[in-house]
Design a protein around this ligand. Sequence first.
Ligand code: ZN
Length: 459
Amino acid sequence: MDRITVRIPQLTVEEQLLALARGGAHVAIATAGLHRRPEGVVFIYRDLPPHTRDLAQAGSRIAAQGLCPLVLGLSAQPPTARLVSSWLQELGAAGAQTAAALTFVESERELSVWGAARVEGQLCPIGELCLPGPGMLTIPVHPRPPKGADAEEPLAGAPSGAPESEQGQASTNGRWSRLAAAIGDADVPRGYELLARLAQLHVVLVGCGREGELVSWRLGENGVGALGSLTLVDGDVVQEANLGVLLPPQTVNSHKAEAVAALVKVLAPWCQLTPLVATLSDREVLDLIMHSDVAITCVDNPAARLGVAVLCARHGVVHLDATGGTAYTADGQVAVGGEVRVALPGSPGCVGCMERTDRRQALANLSLTPAAELLQRTSTNWLQQRPGSWLEVLLPVVGELVQELIRVVQGKRRRSIWLHYWHGAEEVPCWEDWTVQAQGVSPQCPVCSPWGVRGRGDL
Ligand SMILES: [Zn+2]
């Protein structure tokens, strides 16, 4: 087996380690979903069932649900290979041929992670632990050696113009110095570290309309895509009505994803952009989202938004969503404003429950063929759907969306949130936290609750 990754939300890791330390227990057995990919296997943390110390009993119960056991331990010493393989063997004998074990080793100076997995009976080392959510960290798992010198200096070899420290030190006058100081809260080296983390992310952006165009540009300008990747997904072509943001008139009739990628490449040449002319029903797009760190939706189609939310919940991917401009209220009035939603793995709430999408209708729309979807979209009068698009209202929404991504990487955003932007009394613009209005905090959501598809991976 080439590469084994374990994906556990950062918030869950903190909670579990505290619970293990408090309870005096040293081992907990969680359930995990599985995602098989050509280059390896990803175990995705799903839930911690009622505590048991009986590995065999837990293993057979979890295997009977079609899921995999994930043993989580806390120890002062690295575990012996014999101990870990005996756990995995015991689970295998109980019927769980695929299982993983991770031990967090607490020393005075740091927390390190040790682990191994059994995949269809074969014992293999775990390569990395991916912690989506606050901080967006990926940690090498011992005894596999750390990634080498590159891991110490993540920006070495960055394309020219990328968030620097190319010389191995944080410049206070370079291209990125002001941004580094701002996001590092005046601590410039810390700011560069955060920029490096932003640069390493694999981000998929669905929807390259006016909003997606602005978001792509701002992501590029914040270093996203410099070392990781930024994939732009849209099946549409640019129409005259889409102009007025950044795209020049000669892009009319070209594919939106390609036109926006070409533009951002000029504005932020360090950004590794890949345009994908496709819709959410294409297998390639689904695969990309499952493999990404962050998925962003800038779409006016609730079905597409919900589809991405389901994939993100299943695979432990951070989901950011934004809409903005003008809309009709339930009683037909024109409302000005927008929404920014952040769904963090490990925290209740997803776009599905925050938006109260009609799931049955959304599923029906998602299963339309591209031709039927195009016909549906072009045969309806846009003015009946929404009262136009206003760039000046989109700008604060886009700014907030990109700030939210930065807050996640900074570790400051520690829960799923729905932010509502509106023009209040006397036309004073304001932002409000609408998370409490969403049903997302209830444990019933079929997407993000423990009873939903969360953390199931492909299983
Ligand atoms: Zn939900």
